[in-house]
Unconditional design. Structure first.
Length: 202
């Protein structure tokens, strides 16, 4: 069931979305395991690394085979089937990645479509077209790695198949506690309300 913690007023011309929502079990353990294996197979070919210097497997440029792409498309369709009804205008996948965060890996507090300047104001960052962030966790056999929303006094311990989604703006800054043991795998889907920015998922 959805855990809807609060509501936010929509910005003019942009999709409304609950502040932070959680849905458990949206992907089966078998699907999650296949997606984690896909990351392991393709990560050596990934040309981009994240904040923790781990390879990031992008749907559109990481050497995925046809079966792996089909698995990811099906998983993204499951994600979109849950988050799309929560918006008042259509949203579309903009970026889709598989990520692994290993022991010691963490993410500092940030927003996904903007950055805070030294004077406290917020400006668009390098991904300003992202409107909704959706993270589906593929493993749970790790310690640490909680996602935290300081503005909402909320910390979430990932579970296999769990989906956490939220607006990508400055009202939804988030961080990830260090992974203390094991590997934290996730499927990340960033969505946009700008159709021209829609990811081609062929």
């Amino acid at each position: 069931m959805w855990l809807q913690h609060s509501q936010t007023c929509p910005e003019p011309g942009k999709a409304a979305y609950p502040m932070v929502t959680v849905e458990t079990g949206i992907l089966s353990a078998d699907v999650c395991e296949r997606l984690a294996r896909t990351y392991d197979r393709c990560s050596s070919k990934a040309g981009i690394r994240d904040y923790n210097n781990n390879p990031v497997v992008y749907y559109d440029n990481s050497g995925l085979n046809a079966e792996e792409k089909a698995d990811i498309r099906a998983a993204v369709n499951s994600v979109m089937g849950i988050i799309s009804p929560q918006t008042d205008i259509p949203i579309h996948p903009e970026t889709v990645t598989l990520v692994r965060t290993s022991t010691g890996g963490h993410f500092i507090e940030h927003a996904d479509n903007c950055k805070q300047m030294p004077d406290g104001t917020w400006m668009p960052n390098h991904t300003p077209n992202r409107h909704v962030t959706a993270i589906c966790y593929l493993t749970e056999n790790f310690d640490g790695g909680e996602i935290v929303f300081p503005q909402h006094n909320l910390a979430i311990k990932p579970q296999i198949g769990m989906l956490v989604s939220f607006k990508s703006d400055q009202n939804h800054t988030h961080l990830v506690h260090p992974v203390q043991r094991g590997h934290r795998y996730s499927l990340n889907v960033w969505c946009t309300a700008i159709q021209a920015r829609q990811l081609s998922m062929r």
